[in-house]
Structure formats: structure tokens, C-alpha cells
Write a protein that binds this ligand. Structure first.
Ligand code: ANZ
Length: 961
């Protein structure tokens, strides 16, 4: 006698898989490869909740499916183990972050193993391990030793560039470099001292130290990347962020702007993510043009995408930080300008970009000349112009640009139309549109499209400017003034950065006494005692940012224990890149962009064979929490707490509301939502305090009152006002979070219903990409399905009973349509639809009382990616000694799918009495004979002979008696 004892079965197979290393990927193989990767988690102290495994379950199903199809599958898991939370905890408690990290990882691994993922655990990596970050440091060194050659369009060794400098200076060099790189000859180069040469090379290296305006977060004591600042505050913790000039390590990601953009067209990623990357890179095609300035040798260079509007320019605007502002400011205007500059300085770039309402600025007192029409135009400064974009200066065209128009209105500057579409320009800035004729200067009578080449040619011929492509993306800051990150393998000798020898890697994190900056404001590594290169040179004291270790980790899984290389060349050439990558969309412009950048660099170096790291990307939707609430009567706040069941609370609130006469009986309905000013006050909130209650002591919205009493001390004596003898809780869908007590722990589900139920249920919730609330109501259905599936293999007494009889057409049809559907579903990553297909099939087979091996065996195989434990157990019972993981995915056969039978409803005197199935080509006489012989039908004849039998082929049968 055996029941579906999932706890026992699941533990058994998890142990089996571990002992037999069932999911070990072969390093290389004759088999085709499939690489299914999950975004590796940061192991937080809170552990996994049911939202985390969603993506992992999907990739696990695909991995198991691909194994069944004969692929050598790489499906690894590891940990992005450096990070702020462990360090914040270390600051509070003095405990080394490595200890917290280790504990958290241990818990994650336990939780993951409970769900039965087919990870090759032998390949687990942790970015905080020296054996791992040795290679992060190594890649950093390769970047330092490289520059980007635009002529060959790839990264090349910096030594080669040095040789060019020696021979011909930098005049002919077409390389990615800092904007302010001055021209020099070979002679100059040879005369530079070591310090000067080093400074110049830093302007070309793909990673370099430079003064940069950064997002400084004083509360966290570190700089943050642009994508870690949301709405002017830190993404983690919500602390204020300031703009500050600091010397930082930077990554020259801008060198790859164009390739990062082009590459998007070659990968199968969700369109919104691609679009976010495109916007982040922000390519604009336009021109750069220089405006001469009165009484000055300097010119103001502007970047414009609308050179066709050049006849509408009525003033120039510089960013307040522009280096020429001081020079152009006249004495009369100095005080005004300086005051404005000091105010603008404190506004973040984001704020300046998004604030279109405030118009502010100052006149410098100087004038420029528009070389197209020799008009004299005033030079202003304003913070809507960003220092870091284009040239940090704009030609303002109030008739073409809304911000320019607002500015012109505010400062009473002239507005000149540039096209015949702008007759009425004084009322509204209207972007000059394609197809309208420009009515000035050398482009008079030309359309926008026609004018462009003419104007650019004019610019170039008169040495006023040139065509220019601009990218919004900036180089990425690569330093953190923190402890818990990779040390940068650099030391300083006479302020010049030098790399360590490769043989000296890894440069390990030194021990320190506290995880705080030093008294002199240096990063925590400044506390390390006797930590000097060769005992004398200062190491870099910043560490690498959170994204360093995750920018190449998928390669390490290929060959995780290699200490000669980040991974062996032949192995990398076998696995190439990731076939399927599943993770959250929050990494769109962080991790997913940095990874593509490092990958392209590694490709240029000949280290990896593919340009793009992740062929296909799926963003799993978030599982939201389903919060429950209890309603505490406010008048009981200071006494014994009194909780009203949801509908009782509503009634009570209305009653009180009405008795106050605030709202008449007639208005009772409307009083559901009392609007006061712009805030809505629910009458419930007037009389009741709505409190989150732990969802784990609520079932189907019914509160477990005893559990509630012991949940919180203050509720020990709680009184409940019930409806139908129950306490019904309120419900709301919110983000799953500890503070909302709506976190569901997968361990609990596994304990109660089993991992197979959890896996199938998470898929059943809906399409993978969709956001959806966690709602356990459907869980029982999934669990019942698994029981029913189990029962197909067992007789009434629970004995394993599978027959070797040949299957019927109906049974074959049920099986084959299921194989077909499941295969198609997995191929298009639609997992929820497969779950219902399995359910239908199990119902059909139960009805057909099918226990035939020829049906159940293949069905077990196709179910195994979804429910691996129960299927392993049944597979063993079916007599196999090897794991089901390497069985073959069955092939469906079209023949069994064709509809060749029909189930007739059979009526007697117009009343449906039975259903009979016939082959569609059965002759009328035979049907008649069978109907008259069927007891289900004849028992309604009352012993009389039938008068007539009406048979409508493949529709109905009616017997008249
Ligand atoms: C004249 C003009 C006329 C412009 C017109 C626009 C419309 P994108 O497409 O985003 O690259 N611009 C240039 N540098 C800027 C800076 N540092 N800060 C703020 N704005 C800047 O935008 C390019 C346009 O944005 C440029 O074209 C410039 O204004 C402005 F009817 O020049 B335009």
C-alpha cells in the first residue's frame, strides 16, 4: 500500500540527485550544449520568498526538458555575494561581512535544494571568494592595459598605442579618449616625464582614474552609479545623494556605445528592455558648431540635432559649470552669475533634466555672433543645459524648442520663426516639422530634410563645425568607498597608478578593525595595518562596485575551479554564451548593459567567441504579496483590543457615521468613500485601525484567532466580533515584504504540499512575464492533480498496478495531444498552459480508467521537468534503475491526433439519456444496431418497441418510442 507521500519522496530524490551528481554538466561533450542561466541572487538575510523561485522554476523546466532531448545542459547557481546590506550589518554589529554572507548563502542553498532544482551544485560560485575575484581583478587589469581603436573598431593593447605616440604623437590616432585630450607630437611625447605620460595614457585606457562629478551618498559613505540613484535618493535605503567632484576609477563604456546599440538587433530580448538600453545609450545624430564670441578668441561650441533651425537662434545658453562661463562674465554681471552658479550646483542632473517648469538663468553680459546671419546674440547660463552632455552649450531656438521658448519668454528675448509652419509662433513653441519650408538664408525654400546636408556642408567648408554623433551614455564610475567589494589591483607610486603583477593576484581584502571610513575620511581599507605594496606603496583604497563580479560570472560557471584562467579556452569555445537567461527587469541598464560591455571587450581580446553574452532573455514578472488585514476598533486602543471581522467593521463604521448625522441613510452607499479635500477617507479608517496580519495565520481570508492571540503579546486578551462564527480579514495586493507580513516562505509550502506542487503552482499562476499576486487558493487543485496522477499508477488498495495491455485510440489521443502541447509550450516558454494540459490529460485518463504502461510511461517523462520528484518515484516503480532525467522526451504522432470518432448524445423522446462513441465512418445500420442493443438506452423504452430512430451523422441520435 503506498500513498503519495510527497515529503518522503522529495527528500529521497533530492538525496539521490546529490549523491549521484545527476545534474553534473560535462565540461565538453559530443552532445549539443544548452546553457540555461538564472540571474544569481544576492544572498540577503531574509532568505527566499515564493517570488524568488519563479524564474528558477521556469529555467529548471527548460533545463530538464533539454536534457530529455539529449543536450548537455549547463544549469548552475551561485551568489552575487559582495554588497551593501552585509556591510551595513557589519557596521552595526562589528561582525565580518564574510560571516553574515556565509550564513545567508547556507540558508539560500538549503531553500533552493528543497525545491528540487537541477542545478549542478559542483559549479557554485561566490563573487566574494578570492579564487573568484582573482579573475575579476584580472579582467580589470586587461581593461587597464587596453584602449579602444575606432579605426579597427575594437579594443587593442595600450602598448601598441604607446608605440604610435612615440612615432607620430596622437594626431592620427582615432581612439576613444577623454574630451579634453590635447594634441601632441612624437617629439612632445618623448619629452614628457613619466607622470605626464601616465596622465595621457589614462585618457585612453578602458579603465582609468579621473576627476569626475559623482553621485555621493553621505549616509552610505560611498558613490553610486546613475542607475542606483532613483529620484535623487539612493535606490537602497532612500538616502539623499549629492553631486560631488572626486577622483574615481571609471570604465570607458562609452567606447562601446555604437556596438552596444547595434548588438541589440542580434539578440532575442524583450523589446522594452532593448528600448531602455537604447534610450540609456541615447544616440543622437546632429552637428557641432562653433559660435565666435565678441571681444574674445574663444568660440562657443554647441551640439545640435537641429542645425536646420540655425536661422532661428536668438541666444546661446551655457551650462552653469561650463569652463568658459567665468571668462565671458562681465563685471556688471559677475554677482548675478556667481549667485546663480552656486544655486544650480546643488541640483542633481536628473532634477535639472526633468524639471521643465522652473525657468531660471543669468545673463553673462557677453555676446556671440551667429555665423550664418551675423546676428549678435546674448550668452546666458541656465541649468537646463547639462554640463556633461554634448558640449555643455546650446544654440537656443525659442521657435523650435519648448525650453528655449520658456526661457525666451521669461527673459524677454526675441523669438524668430524658422519655418513657414510657425506663423503664429508667439503663442506656442512648435517644433519645426519635416516637410515645412525654411524661410531664411542659404536654405531658403528648402525642407528640413533638404536643408541638413547643405548646412552641414557649409559648416565643414567654413570650418565652423562638423557632423557629429552624440551619445547620452556616460563612462561608468567604478569605485566604491566601501569595504565589502573586490580590491582594485593597483598601487600608487608618485601618484601614478601601477598594476600588480598577474602572479600577485588575487589581491585579498585585508582585515580591518571597523567597517567605517578613517578619521581622515579615507575609505575603510585605509584602516588596514601594514597593508602596502612591497611594504611601501599605497594600494588603491576604494573597492570595485557591486556590478564588477556579475559582469562576467557566466563564464566562470563553465570552468569554475580553473586557477590558470578565468575558464579554459576550449571549454569556453564549447559553451560559448548563455542560451536562456532569466531574471528581473530591474537590471535593464545596470547589470545587463555592463555585462554586454565586458563581454564585447573580452571578445575583442580573443578571450571569448561571441559578441553577446545572453542570446535570449526573459524577465519574470514579480509575484506580489496578498496582504491580509484585521480591524481594530479605535475606541479599544487603550483597553482590551477589540477586532471586528471585515463586514462587521464596515457595518459598525456606517452605523457610527450615520448616528453622527454626518451622512444620511440615503447616502449610505456613497459613504463608502468619503472624499475630503483631495484625500479619500474610508469610513472604516475613521473608526478602525487597519493592521497587517501575518498571512501565515490566515487561511482563505479566515483568521486563525488562537494563532493571532499568540502572535503578538498585546493581542493575548483580544476580543473578536465575528461574522458567521468566523473572523474574515481584509485583502490587498502589495509588494511582498517583511514589513507587510505578507511574505510566503517556499519552505512552508514544500512542507505542507510538496515541492512538486509548489513548482507547478508557481507556473500555474499565469504567464511567466506577468506580475501576479500570490494567491494560494488554486494550490489545492494542483496538489489534487498530482494525487490523481499518482492514482493512475495505483489500484484502489494503493498497490502499484500498471498494465501492459495495448492502448486504445482514445488513450493514445489523450497522450499524444498532451506531448504535442507540452513540447510547443516549453519551446515558447509558456509554462502555465502546460499545467492545465496535464490536468486535462489526467482527468481524461482517469475517466478512461487507463493504467497502461504504454500511456503512463511517456506521460511521466513529459511531466518530469515540472514535477521531478513524483516522476522519479514512479519511474523507479515502472522498473527503471536510472534517473528519469536522462530518459528521452517522447515524440508525438500526428496519426493519433486526428479526430476519427464522434461521441453522440443519444436521446429518447427528446431527452438526453446516454453518450455513445462511434468511428466517424460507421454505417447507419451499425449505429442503429448498437443503439438498440445498449442497455443505457433501452431501459427508457418502457418495454415498447421504438417507432423511429433519427441519426444525424456526427451530430445526434434520437429514438422515438
Ligand atoms: C537647437 C535646437 C532646435 C535643438 C530645436 C532642439 C530643437 P538630443 O536629441 O537629446 O541629443 N542640447 C544640446 N546639448 C545640450 C545640453 N548639454 N543640455 C541640454 N540640452 C542640450 O537633444 C539634442 C538637442 O538638445 C540639441 O539640439 C540642443 O538643442 C539640446 F528646435 O539645438 B537643439
Amino acid at each position: 500500500m503506498s500513498e503519495y507521500n510527497f515529503n518522503q519522496i522529495e527528500k529521497k530524490w533530492q538525496r539521490y540527485w546529490e549523491e549521484n551528481q545527476t545534474f553534473k554538466a560535462e565540461a565538453k561533450s559530443e552532445k549539443p550544449k544548452y546553457y540555461a542561466l538564472d540571474m544569481f541572487p544576492y544572498p540577503s538575510g531574509a532568505g527566499l520568498h515564493v517570488g524568488h523561485p519563479l524564474g528558477y522554476i521556469a529555467s529548471d523546466i527548460v533545463s530538464r526538458y533539454k536534457r530529455l532531448q539529449g543536450y548537455n545542459v549547463l544549469h548552475p547557481m551561485g551568489f552575487d555575494a559582495f554588497g551593501l546590506p552585509a556591510e551595513q550589518y557589519a557596521i552595526q554589529t562589528g561582525q565580518h561581512p564574510a560571516i553574515t554572507t556565509e550564513q545567508n548563502i547556507k540558508r539560500y542553498v538549503e531553500q533552493l535544494k528543497n525545491i528540487g532544482f537541477s542545478f549542478d551544485w559542483e559549479r557554485e560560485i561566490r563573487t566574494s571568494e578570492p579564487s573568484y575575484y582573482k579573475w575579476t581583478q584580472w579582467i580589470f587589469m586587461q581593461l587597464f592595459n587596453s584602449y579602444y581603436n575606432y579605426s579597427t573598431d575594437k579594443a587593442e593593447p595600450i602598448d601598441a598605442l604607446v608605440r604610435v605616440f612615440e612615432q607620430s604623437g596622437n594626431e592620427k590616432v582615432n581612439a576613444a579618449c577623454d574630451e579634453d585630450t590635447a594634441a601632441f607630437s612624437s617629439h612632445d611625447w618623448q619629452n614628457y616625464n613619466e607622470h605626464q605620460k601616465s596622465e595621457i595614457l589614462l585618457k585612453y585606457r578602458l579603465t582609468y582614474v579621473a576627476e569626475a562629478i559623482v553621485n555621493w551618498c553621505p549616509a552610505l559613505g560611498t558613490v553610486l552609479a546613475n542607475d542606483e540613484v532613483v529620484g535623487g535618493v539612493s535606490e537602497r535605503g532612500g538616502y539623499p545623494v549629492e553631486r560631488k567632484r572626486m577622483r574615481q576609477w571609471m570604465m570607458r563604456i562609452t567606447a562601446y556605445s555604437e556596438r552596444l546599440l547595434q548588438g541589440l538587433d542580434t539578440i532575442d530580448w524583450p523589446e522594452p528592455i532593448k528600448e531602455m538600453q537604447r534610450n540609456w545609450i541615447g544616440k543622437s545624430v546632429g552637428a557641432e558648431m562653433a559660435f565666435p564670441v565678441e571681444n574674445s578668441d574663444e568660440k562657443i561650441k554647441v551640439f545640435t540635432t537641429r542645425i536646420d533651425t540655425v536661422y532661428g537662434v536668438t541666444f546661446l545658453v551655457l551650462a552653469p559649470e561650463h569652463e568658459l562661463v567665468e571668462q565671458f562674465t562681465t563685471d556688471e554681471q559677475r554677482a548675478t552669475v556667481e549667485e546663480y552658479v552656486s544655486v544650480a550646483k546643488n541640483r542633481s542632473e536628473r532634477e535639472r533634466m526633468t524639471d521643465v517648469k522652473t525657468v531660471s538663468g543669468a545673463f553673462t553680459g557677453s555676446y556671440a555672433i551667429n555665423p550664418f546671419n551675423n546676428e549678435r546674440i546674448p550668452i546666458y547660463i541656465a541649468d537646463y543645459v547639462l554640463a556633461g552632455y554634448g558640449t555643455g552649450a546650446v544654440m537656443a531656438v525659442p521657435s523650435g524648442d519648448q525650453r528655449d521658448w520658456n526661457f525666451a519668454k521669461h527673459f524677454n528675448l526675441p523669438i524668430v520663426p524658422v519655418s513657414d509652419a510657425q506663423k503664429d509662433i508667439d503663442t506656442q513653441a512648435d517644433n519645426t516639422k519635416e516637410g515645412h519650408y525654411i524661410n531664411s538664408g542659404i536654405v531658403n525654400g528648402l525642407t528640413y530634410q533638404e536643408a541638413l546636408p547643405v548646412l552641414v556642408k557649409f559648416l565643414e567648408e567654413n570650418k565652423l563645425g562638423k557632423a557629429r554623433i552624440n551619445y547620452r551614455m556616460r563612462d561608468a564610475v567604478f569605485s566604491r568607498q566601501r569595504y565589502w567589494g573586490e580590491p582594485v589591483p593597483v598601487y600608487f607610486k608618485d601618484r601614478i597608478p601601477h598594476l600588480l603583477e598577474e602572479s600577485e593576484l588575487p589581491l585579498e581584502l585585508p582585515k580591518i578593525d571597523a567597517y567605517l571610513p578613517t578619521e581622515t575620511g579615507e575609505p575603510p581599507l585605509g584602516r588596514a595595518v601594514d597593508w602596502k605594496y612591497n611594504g611601501q606603496y599605497e594600494y588603491e583604497l576604494s573597492t570595485m562596485p557591486g556590478w564588477a563580479g556579475s559582469s562576467w560570472y557566466w563564464y566562470r560557471y563553465m570552468d569554475p575551479k580553473n586557477d590558470e584562467a578565468f575558464a579554459a579556452e576550449d571549454i569556453v569555445n564549447y559553451w560559448r554564451n548563455v542560451d536562456l537567461y532569466i531574471g528581473g527587469s530591474e537590471h535593464a541598464t545596470g547589470h545587463l548593459l555592463y555585462s554586454r560591455f565586458w563581454n564585447k571587450f573580452m571578445f575583442d581580446m580573443g578571450l571569448v567567441p561571441e559578441q553577446e553574452p545572453f542570446k535570449k532573455l526573459i524577465n519574470q514578472g514579480m509575484i506580489q504579496g496578498r496582504s491580509n488585514f484585521v480591524y481594530r476598533y479605535k475606541s479599544s486602543e487603550k483597553t482590551q483590543p477589540k477586532y471586528y471581522s471585515l463586514n462587521k467593521a464596515k457595518e459598525k463604521a456606517h452605523e457610527l457615521h450615520d448616528s453622527l448625522g454626518a451622512i444620511s441613510q440615503l447616502n449610505k452607499e456613497a459613504s463608502n468613500l468619503v472624499t475630503e479635500g483631495k484625500y479619500s477617507i474610508h469610513p472604516l479608517d475613521e473608526y478602525f485601525t487597519r493592521l497587517h496580519v501575518d498571512v501565515n495565520i490566515v487561511e482563505n481570508d479566515v483568521l486563525d484567532m488562537e494563532a493571532f492571540k499568540s502572535w503578538r503579546q498585546e493581542n493575548a486578551e483580544a476580543e473578536f466580533i465575528l461574522e458567521d462564527g468566523k473572523y474574515i480579514c481584509g485583502v490587498e495586493i502589495e509588494k511582498m515584504s517583511k514589513s507587510k507580513y505578507n511574505v510566503v516562505n517556499p519552505d512552508d509550502i514544500v512542507e505542507r504540499q510538496g515541492a512538486d506542487t509548489l513548482r507547478m503552482y508557481e507556473m500555474f499562476l499565469g504567464p511567466l512575464e506577468q506580475f501576479k499576486p500570490w494567491n494560494t487558493n488554486g494550490m489545492d487543485g494542483v496538489h489534487k492533480f498530482l494525487k490523481r496522477f499518482w492514482n493512475l499508477f495505483h489500484d484502489k488498495n494503493g498497490n502499484f498496478a500498471v498494465s501492459d495491455e495495448a492502448p486504445t485510440a482514445a488513450e493514445l489521443k489523450s497522450l499524444h495531444k498532451t506531448i504535442k502541447k507540452v513540447e510547443e509550450d516549453i519551446e515558447r516558454f509558456s509554462f502555465n498552459t502546460s499545467v492545465s494540459t496535464f490536468m486535462i490529460c489526467a482527468n481524461e485518463l482517469t475517466q478512461l480508467k487507463c493504467n497502461k504502461r504504454a500511456i503512463l510511461e511517456p506521460l511521466t517523462v513529459i511531466l518530469s521537468p515540472y514535477a521531478p520528484h513524483i516522476t522519479e518515484e514512479l519511474w523507479e516503480k515502472l522498473g527503471y534503475s536510472e534517473s528519469i532525467s536522462y530518459a528521452s522526451f517522447p515524440v508525438w504522432n500526428e496519426e493519433y491526433l486526428v479526430e476519427n470518432t464522434f461521441e453522440y448524445p443519444v436521446s429518447v423522446n427528446g431527452k438526453m439519456r446516454a453518450k455513445l462513441t462511434f468511428a466517424t465512418d460507421t454505417p447507419r445500420e451499425e449505429i442503429e444496431k448498437a443503439v438498440l442493443a445498449d442497455e443505457q438506452v433501452t431501459k427508457f423504452f418502457d418495454g415498447k418497441p421504438p417507432k423511429k430512430i433519427i441519426i444525424v451523422p456526427n451530430k445526434i441520435i434520437n429514438v422515438v418510442v
